[in-house]
Design a protein around this ligand. Structure first.
Ligand SMILES: O=C(O)[C@H](O)COP(=O)(O)O
Length: 215
């Protein structure tokens, strides 16, 4: 049975400052690098064979730390990027105007095709994340891949696999360097296809990690 591990990148400067990143970028903090080393040790013990990462700096840095521990290469895939947050990227979460907050809420309240101006919808995010997950089925038999991505992107993927709307990810905490696992199975008792085995496991971290809204 194919298993695919999912890791959100380590804590970044803007995560700590509660600044919206989206497809903009900020560097890992020292704590974020420490988290990456801890999840890397766990990945090594798991026997990860392939690492596929969002091409943004924070995920690439996290993936490179994991790859060194697992002695494998990193394949960059822009489809694993965080949701494009449009005109709100680089903004401080706590300074949004009421109108700007209404744009953000459209993403997560079920508004059809809800999006931040110049940004991406959760449906578009869900489709590209699913495509990467399904692509893992083309890896050689016996592969154990690990995807490095982002909070909303991974939450949206997990929600989609569970048959929930993409914006259900707002009810799932995927903390920095948390580990999740998807299994592709054909059991007649479970729904055929992907099932969520683990979501948001941080037992490998020795300190509390920030979540999506930097709490
Ligand atoms: O800040 C953002 O854009 C996201 O909500 C969190 O993104 P990250 O998982 O890439 O930190």
């Amino acid at each position: 049975m194919l298993q695919v591990y999912l890791v959100r990148h380590g804590e970044t400067e803007w995560n700590a400052l509660r600044r919206i990143q989206g497809q903009s970028d900020s560097t890992l903090t020292a704590n974020g690098e420490r988290q990456a080393r801890q999840v890397a040790e766990r990945a090594k013990l798991l026997g990860i064979t392939h690492i596929i990462s969002s091409d943004l700096g924070r995920t690439r840095h996290t993936a490179e730390i994991i790859a060194r521990a697992c002695n494998c290469d990193v394949l960059l895939d822009p489809r694993l990027r965080e949701l494009d947050m449009g005109v709100l990227e680089m903004r401080d979460i706590d300074t949004l105007t009421a109108e700007e907050e209404s744009w953000r809420k459209q993403l997560v309240d079920g508004t059809p095709d809800g999006r931040i101006p110049q940004g991406e919808s959760m449906t578009e995010l869900s489709l590209r994340m699913q495509a990467v997950l399904d692509g893992c089925r083309d890896l050689p038999p016996g592969s154990l891949p690990l995807l490095v991505s982002h909070g909303m992107a991974l939450g949206c993927l997990i929600s989609t696999v569970l048959g929930l709307p993409p914006y259900a990810e707002r009810r799932l905490r995927l903390r920095n360097c948390s580990l999740s696992r998807m299994d592709y199975q054909q059991s007649p008792w479970l729904a055929p296809g992907w099932v969520v085995e683990t979501a948001g496991d941080v037992s490998h971290l020795d300190r509390p990690a920030l979540d999506e809204v930097q709490r």
